[in-house]
Design a protein around this ligand. Structure first.
Ligand code: SF4
Ligand code: SF4
Length: 329
């Protein structure tokens, strides 16, 4: 094996080890469409009339791939939200990333054919870090989904972690526990996802809360209970979200204060350091999973006002509102 390949592989393996430092990553949204219409969809797929752009075009893809190639070190490039595998160039994009220093994570509704999934496995090899298959009970045949999961688990690369998730509602709780037990017997990890309502995590009836108490990852519990307002966060510096038109934001809270510019127009710039969070509630599981939030740092008004003076962030009303919020805390 050539030396460069070894180095890339070593860096990739280091990323997969349990890290306590920030894990560098990008969430790249290459489409805003989906072939499913789940009742709880946070991407509002139930309302097909809402404005949709479709798929990232060729120019945007090339520019974003160029920007990704220029990033220092190895980053996790995550595809999720809506259904990325529907993009006609999805496999080509994965091939380009696999040939770079970076790795790939995919969150999918698992509706792709086995043939397409096998091609993905072959193209990415050890560069496919994670595949998260979401089971949506109202949209898919459960038995077929379970069979496909078992098949995928046997043909995937041993470096790829495979997890099945499901958004839990009061109504589907009983069914999910049975599915979880079935997958468990096959050695496939199943994780409950907490339902979000208007961007916030919901609380379930007592019996469900009790059942999931020890089955939620620590990060989900943290996200549900805490506000990170004023805390320093590496998003914008070592993590960012790119929409299908090349606009980049520090995190999933795609607000003006987290805008990093547009990659196609050449206005994109990462922050040079962690910056304070201005959100009352964080809904980005990856911010905790990737160790991006500096929980131990004290909130600091000087850091907040410095951040609010940033050219993309500057807004007088936001400034007043944020300082008032800090004082009232
Ligand atoms: S599969 Fe995901 S993106 Fe598609 S409708 Fe369901 S929840 Fe929304
Ligand atoms: S909302 Fe979450 S991810 Fe975004 S800046 Fe705040 S803590 Fe970081």
């Amino acid at each position: 094996m050539a030396k460069s390949e070894c180095l890339i592989k070593d860096e990739h393996m280091m990323l997969k080890q349990k890290s306590t430092g920030p894990i560098k990553g990008i969430h790249w949204q290459i489409t805003d469409t989906c072939n499913y219409q789940c009742e709880y969809c946070i991407d509002r797929q139930l309302n097909r009339k809402s404005f949709r752009s479709g798929f990232s075009d060729q120019i945007t893809i090339s520019k974003v791939l160029d920007a990704i190639r220029q990033l220092p070190g190895s980053w996790q490039i995550k595809f999720g939200n809506n259904e990325s595998t529907l993009h006609p160039q999805f496999l080509d994009i994965c091939k380009e990333i696999s040939n770079s220093r970076h790795t790939i994570c995919l969150a999918t509704n698992f509706s792709s054919s086995r043939n397409k999934l096998k091609k993905l496995i072959d193209i990415c090899g050890v560069k496919l870090d994670f595949v998260t298959a979401s089971l949506h009970l109202s949209q898919t045949d459960v038995e077929e989904f379970i069979e496909k999961s078992i098949w995928f688990n046997t043909v995937k690369n041993s470096h790829t972690e495979f997890i099945v998730t499901n958004v839990m509602t009061k109504e589907n709780f009983d069914k999910l526990t049975l599915i979880r037990n079935k997958l468990d017997k096959q050695g496939i990890e199943f994780r409950f996802q907490i339902l979000k309502d208007k961007g916030k995590y919901v609380t379930y009836p007592e019996e469900i809360e009790k059942y999931i108490e020890d089955k939620l990852s620590a990060n989900q519990e943290l996200l549900r209970s805490k506000s990170f307002f004023g805390k320093e966060c590496y998003t914008g510096n070592l993590y960012f979200v790119i929409d299908l038109n090349g606009n980049a934001y520090r995190c999933y809270r795609m607000m003006k204060d987290g805008y990093l510019g547009n990659i196609v127009k050449g206005t994109f710039a990462r922050y040079s350091e962690p910056t304070p969070c201005l959100a009352l509630k964080c809904a980005c599981a990856l911010a905790v999973d990737n160790n991006l939030v500096l929980f131990r740092e004290r909130r600091n008004i000087a850091r907040i006002t410095k951040y609010l003076s940033h050219s993309h962030v500057f807004d007088m009303k936001l400034r007043k509102r944020t300082i008032k919020r800090f004082i009232n805390q």
